[in-house]
Design a protein. Structure first.
Length: 322
């Protein structure tokens, strides 16, 4: 980094108290909240100056009254804008894994321990997409922001900003945050229709009890790669969430999803994409499966936890993370 840019970054970290180790929970104390007039606030100040000048030149008593009344209102608005952010508690929450190419959603909790509510607080990452939230007195609210996840691995949102213009829009109070937020990004699944590796009969004492085809055991949220035959269309039509049928039983077949069984000539990401599709298809077909990567092996098993473990292994394979 060039010297001027490095110096600017160091100054920003010192001024805004960001950088270094991310924190899970932050309280917006006085040192963290900054406030400046908005364009509307600057125009309001210029108007007050013109009104005061006219009142002095023409000795307008009512002009003095109106000028100082509006000026007092502006000062009061500055205090309310600052107080709308001061002493808020901001905490990181858990994020749901996504597939590469999808949109990751980061959620933070805003806690308000004071006796008055906080209103129109904006939460943003890059200044383009704002999420407005109100925080009632002695309660907490959740604010969510979306971010593109183009690559597998661990995605972090980086520097976030909370700001408010409440109540009149004359001032803008803000605070920068670097929270311990991360989202696990799975590899993008390959196109459906790839045949699974050769299957063998499951050992009676080795196959884990899990999702089988024997008895209907309930509904669960639909996952990318689930067979359309498992979608509970009637149940899904009654709500906003797509649901899939889940059966209990015992897997009757098993297979190894091996790195070396993928087609030759594929690059790293293409192989991981291929294996991701195999994991999803084997899970949807209720087959006991294990995963083999260079230097890594996940034993044969079944179930949601096993599926999540295999996808996490694929997501983090060869990725350097802290």
């Amino acid at each position: 980094m060039p010297a001027p840019a490095a110096l600017k970054e160091r100054f920003a970290r010192w001024l805004f108290l960001v950088g270094g180790a991310a924190s899970h929970d932050v309280v917006l104390v006085q040192r963290r909240v900054f406030i400046l007039p908005t364009r509307l606030g600057l125009a309001f100040g210029v108007t007050l100056a013109l009104m005061l000048t006219a009142s002095v030149n023409y000795n307008l008593s009512l002009g003095y009254v109106l000028t100082f009344l509006l000026g007092a209102m502006g000062l009061n608005a500055m205090l309310h804008t600052y107080r709308n952010l001061a002493n808020l508690r901001v905490a990181a929450t858990h994020s749901t894994p996504v597939y590469a190419g999808e949109s990751a959603r980061f959620t933070v909790e805003l806690g308000n321990s004071s006796a008055y509510g906080r209103y129109s607080i904006a939460f943003t990452r890059d200044g383009a997409d704002d999420t407005l939230v109100d925080v009632p007195a002695r309660q907490a609210s959740l604010a969510t922001i979306a971010m593109d996840a183009p690559h597998r691995g661990i995605l972090r949102p980086g520097r976030l900003m909370l700001y408010t213009r409440y109540p009149l829009g004359l001032y803008r109070a803000w605070s920068y945050l670097e929270l311990d937020l991360s989202c696990l990004v799975y590899p993008r699944p390959a196109t459906p229709g790839i045949p699974l590796p050769a299957q063998t009969a499951a050992h009676r004492d080795g196959a884990a009890a899990g999702a089988g085809e024997d008895d209907f055991s309930g509904l669960r949220p639909y996952h990318t790669g689930d067979s359309p035959r498992r979608v509970a269309w009637k149940a899904s039509a009654r709500g906003d969430t797509l649901l899939a049928k889940q059966f209990s039983g015992r897997a009757t077949a098993e297979c190894w999803l091996d790195w070396h069984d993928t087609p030759p000539g594929l690059d790293l990401e293409a192989r991981l994409s291929w294996l991701t599709r195999w994991v999803l298809d084997a899970h949807a077909a209720n087959i006991g499966y294990g995963l083999k990567l260079p230097g890594v092996a996940v034993p044969i098993s079944v179930g949601e936890l096993h599926r999540a473990r295999c996808l996490e292994t694929l997501a983090l394979f060869g990725v350097l993370h802290d």
